[in-house]
Every structure is written in C-alpha cells, then in structure tokens.
Design a protein around this ligand. Sequence first.
Ligand SMILES: *Cc1c(COP(=O)(O)O)cnc(C)c1O
Length: 416
Amino acid sequence: MNPPTEDGHYGRWGGSYVPEVLHDTFKRLKEDFAAAKADPDFWREYVELMSTYSCRPTPLTFAENLTRHFGGAKIYIKREDLNHTGAHKANNVIGQGLLVKRMGKTRVIAETGAGQHGVATATMAAKFGFECTVYMGEVDVLRQRPNVFWMEKLGAKVVPVTDGSRILKDAINEAFRDWVTNMDNTHYVLGTACGPAPFPEMVSWFQSIIGIEARKQILHYHHTLPARVYACVGGGSNAMGIFQGFLDDDNVELVGVEAGGHGLSTGKHASRLCSDDASPGMAQGYKTMFLQNSDGQMLETHSVSAGLDYVGVSPILANLNDQKRVRFESATDVEVIEALNLTMKKEGIIPALESSHAFVQAFKEAPGLPKDSAIIINQSGRGDKDIFTIAHALKDPSWKEFIINEAREYQQGESK
Ligand SMILES: *Cc1c(COP(=O)(O)O)cnc(C)c1O
C-alpha cells in the first residue's frame, strides 16, 4: 500500500488537524508507532497474542450451500466473527494495547457510538491492566444498554456526554478534551481507520492481519486468487484490513459496501462514497468525504446497523476511490435483512448486520461470475450478540412479547 505523505495525507484526504496542545502527543505517537511498525518482534508479539487471546488465524469458510444456491463463483467467508468479543475490532484494540504498553502509558480512553468499540476497548484494558474511560453520547447510552452493561462489568468507566446532540460526534469532542488534560499517561484508542494521522495508517496496519491470512488461505483452498473481495464500510477498518492482502493484485477487484439505509434517494442512509449527499470536508481532525450540508453541518445518518452509521469515511478509502482501485456500492436495510436470513438458513452462520451489507453485494454478483472463480466476503462480526437489534429488525413477534413480559416481571418484582 502507498504510505501517506509525511503529514499524513492520502491524495487530497487525511492529514492531522489537531489542537495545538496535542501537537507533541501526536508527534510522539507517530514516532512510537513508526518504531513499532519497523520492529519485527512487535508484529510477532501481536500475532502471538492474537492467537492465544483471540482466535487467529480466523478460518476461511467455503460456503458450499450458498455457492450451489447462486450457481456462480465459489463463495468463501473470512470469519472475523470468531474473534474474541465477536468482531474484527479486537485486532485493532489489542494492537493499540501493545503499543500503549510499549509507550509506558497506563490509561486508555475511547469514544463509542454503538458501544461495540467501547466493549472491545474495555476488554483490552482489563487484559493489560489499564485504567479505562469510555465516552458515549447520552442518547447512545440509553439505546445501547447491553454494551454499557458489559463495559462497566469489565471495569471501565462509562461517561454519558450531555453536550450537543448527545451522540457519537459529541463523545469524540469529549474524548479529545480528556486527552488534552491527561496526555502524559493516557492513550486515545481510536476505533476505525479514520481521524488524524497516524490513526488511519495505524488501525489499517493492525487490521491487515485479516488480508495477510485471507490471501494465504484462498491460495491454499482455491489455488488461485479470488476474482473479487467484498467488505462492508463504516469507518473502513475491516475493509482496509482485508483489502490490503490484495491491493497489489490488479486482477482482484475490491468492493466496499456502504449503508444504503432506506435507499440513497431518501437521504436516510450513511453512504459517503456512492451518494450525492456527501462532499469534501475537514472535521474531527482529518479531511474526507463527509455527509454534511452546504454549511458544513453534519447530516443525520441512518442504517439498520449501528456500526456503519457514521458521517465520515477512511481517508485511505476515499483515496482508493479516487484511484478507482476500490469500487463502492450500497445495500439497503431491506436487502441486508434478506441476505442475513438466507445466510443463516443456508450456512448456519449469523453475520452481524454490518457484515450482511457485504453479503448483499456478493450475492448480487456471484451468479454472473464463472463457476471456477472464487469470491471472498469479509464477515466482520457475528450477529448473535446483536439479538436485540436483529430480532427487532426481523420484526419477530414472539421476541416482542418476550421483552414486554420481561419488563412486566421486573416491575412486579420491584413493587413486591
Ligand atoms: C464496528 C463494526 C463495523 C464498522 O467498522 P469498520 O471500521 O468500517 O470496519 C463493521 N462490522 C462490525 C461487525 C462492526 O462491529
């Protein structure tokens, strides 16, 4: 992959636009990361830890029944759902944890919208013995109770942010405020391949473990490279992770799938690279395509999957889009539920709603590809941990009844 410029740009995107007081912190982070990246022992330690604490290498599963169903390319699924905590997020947080240890810091902070990155960070902090504070918009704290529950049980302090619209962007501001005050002992664990340099490069580097494994595995099982590789795109970290295994192979087409929500024409989506609602901007410390209005006010995004619901996108992917190296598509909420249902029934595999976006596009294209070709879908996470969201999205009537009964029993228990 082409490295960024000295000041962290990828083409016209990226950079590092941070408050003056954080300049030294970022300079040191850049140096410490560069040293770790150049040290083969650091990567070895990372791979070793991921193989004992998480589940690496994750398998590449041949989806025999789906392949037969669509009658085209052989469908393979890279199983990031089998990571510890159920998604590719473990790769990034464990990697940054090792870096924090190397830097001699003792406290980590994070911001989280859906709570998945918060849980992963709290897990990592428990494992390494770091103090951990997670900032979360007050609205998200109410919406994501199960994740807040686990963060607290894992020993993290969850701080509800009451500024602004009380969602992710307000939590990001609050996390930066904390970092400014505590930069001596604290590292900010950013959750995706976005934000100011060196975060896009750092997060992508830790996630590249997915693509390194997937390339070896497909050559082992299929003996040639895949025709196409599909990944869903929120901030872009799981996509960058698997794409890096194939970026230099011109014959492998890379496809990123964004959240189409209710449809691109409705304005209710989170598609930055294939809708007309996004434009170049600078926010949260970096330049990329943002979903914003003409005054630079961020728009409200919508997706059935909380993890893809983000206004910006990795500057590295924005650049690969300019270079036409990655093709971007979008999948609607309705298509996502359909693909999820089919995958559960045909393969006994439950992809996360986020991951199901990649399945949608792969299913559209597989029938048109030759039978002797292969495609890989990156299953970024598992869906069973999202039972509240998925049962709701599937409009399961007995689930609704169960929730109402549970609530009733709680109330009766309290009045006794
Ligand atoms: C967080 C999350 C995503 C979106 O993040 P990226 O940085 O785009 O990978 C996708 N899938 C799952 C399962 C997630 O938890």
